[in-house]
Design a protein around this ligand. Structure first.
Ligand code: GDP
Length: 409
């Protein structure tokens, strides 16, 4: 593990069924080299394969169905946490959302905002998760990303900001204009090779320039230096705009919107860049625990790896490898061999084998520092249990409140 918390992203991918969440997840794992082949690309099944199809299927199945999978992109460690798209706010959904620092909201360019998009959006809002939106299926007939951006505004109340202009749509969807740098990116090749970068085509130049101004207008309030540059007519660097977009996203005041087609391998790499550029790292998020000695008064956690440890078991998985407990460390460092307390019953627990998911293999690790996610073998506990350093009397989840089950249906 890198031990640089600024380069960690704990994200979820939320979507209405059929918008392409599975396809997008798979493409992300392919580009970040966590799996070795993609599924479903017509005529190109198993692009880049070095394994036989049974092995690939197994690898893909295990990786995609995991409660948390990690991958790396441009020096960032991205943990993708499975977020069930249930209609109810069950305790299970609550815990999965709890450990997210950011999310990708996937929408279909044809279907737009659908019933389940409203549900998953409500969940994100309730847990104050900053998000970027990805308008998928821009290759489909009837694709209309502009309409989807409007729906994000009117139906979900997001201050949605288009970050890219599609170049062509439906069968002619070829690439995007990045509205910050005013560069055109074309997506070449079925295997998702690195995109080709060119000048903005003449036909799109006016629209792109106008949209860039709208973008700057919309985000300048999140950055003093950008506001100043706008007022003084000084040069505006891409970095200034990106910083403002990042700040607005972290404050959950804006939702940057990206376009693409996961199935056709278009736009996914730029979306990964956006995850690293705009979504929060664990240190950006204020986390609190409950002080069990003081009627569960909130206590602020530090995200400092050297402070006493506080970690939440957010999912138990009885699967391929036996029983695994997925855990997120909020403060301090959880280390193999150490003894911690289960805050629920005060019992001592010795930390045994620590791992993290690495495609279909496990990687043994020595410790999990604050901000990171990992899994434990052979731990007797319940989902929602908090593990703390001896001497601490805090928990991440309440000991008293019954399970909140609020139906949105
Ligand atoms: P999920 O239910 O959100 O996980 O959606 P899936 O990833 O299973 O995708 C649903 C269907 O849409 C599948 O048949 C995919 O092949 C297809 N699909 C996913 N992404 C795209 C895309 O970008 N373009 C098109 N045309 N089809 C897509």
């Amino acid at each position: 593990m890198k031990n640089d918390i600024r380069q960690v992203r704990n994200i979820g991918i939320s979507a209405h069924i059929d918008s392409g969440k599975t396809t997008l997840t798979e493409r992300i794992l392919f580009y970040t080299k966590r799996i070795h082949a993609m599924h479903d690309v017509k005529g190109k099944d198993g692009v880049g394969a070095t394994m036989d199809s049974m092995e690939l299927e197994r690898e893909r199945g295990i990786t995609i169905s995991s409660a948390a999978t990690f991958c790396t992109w441009k020096n960032h460690e991205i943990n993708i946490i499975d977020t069930p798209g249930h209609v109810d706010f069950t305790i299970e959904v609550e815990r999965a959302l709890r450990v997210l620092d950011g999310a990708i909201l996937v929408l279909c360019a044809v279907g737009g905002v659908q019933s389940q998009s409203i549900t998953v959006d409500a969940q994100m809002k309730r847990y104050k998760v900053p998000c970027v939106a990805f308008i998928n299926k821009c290759d489909r007939s009837g694709a209309n990303p502009t309409r989807v951006v409007e729906q994000l505004r009117t139906r979900l109340g997001h201050s949605a900001i288009l970050m890219q202009l599609p170049i062509g749509l439906e069968a002619d969807f070829q690439g995007v204009v990045d509205l910050i740098s005013l560069k055109a990116y074309y997506f070449d090749g079925a295997g998702g090779e690195i995109v080709r970068e060119e000048a903005v085509p003449d036909a799109l130049l006016d629209e792109a320039t106008g949209r860039r101004e709208e973008l700057i207008d919309a985000v300048s309030l999140f950055s003093d230096s950008l506001t100043e540059a706008v007022l003084e007519g000084a040069e505006i660097s891409p970095e200034m705009i990106r910083d403002a977009v990042r700040q607005g996203t972290l404050e959950r005041k804006i939702t940057p919107v990206f376009v693409g087609s996961a199935y056709k391998n278009k736009g996914v790499q730029l979306l990964l860049d956006a995850v690293t550029q705009y979504l929060s790292c664990p240190a950006d998020v204020e986390n609190t625990a409950l002080d069990l000695a003081k009627e569960e008064a909130p206590v602020r956690l530090t995200s400092n790896p050297d402070d006493p440890v506080v970690a939440l078991a957010f999912k138990l998985e009885d699967g391929h490898y036996g029983q695994l407990t997925y855990i997120r460390v909020y403060q301090g460092t959880l280390t193999r061999g150490e003894t911690v307390l289960n805050a629920r019953d005060g019992k001592k627990v010795r930390i045994g084998r620590l791992v993290r998911m690495h495609a279909d293999q496990m990687e043994d690790i020595e410790s999990i520092p604050a901000g990171y996610i990992g899994a434990l073998f052979g731990l007797e506990c319940q989902s929602g249990d908090t593990f703390v350093a001896p001497g601490l009397n805090v928990a991440m989840t309440s000991m008293f409140v019954p399970e909140p089950v609020i139906s949105l249906a």
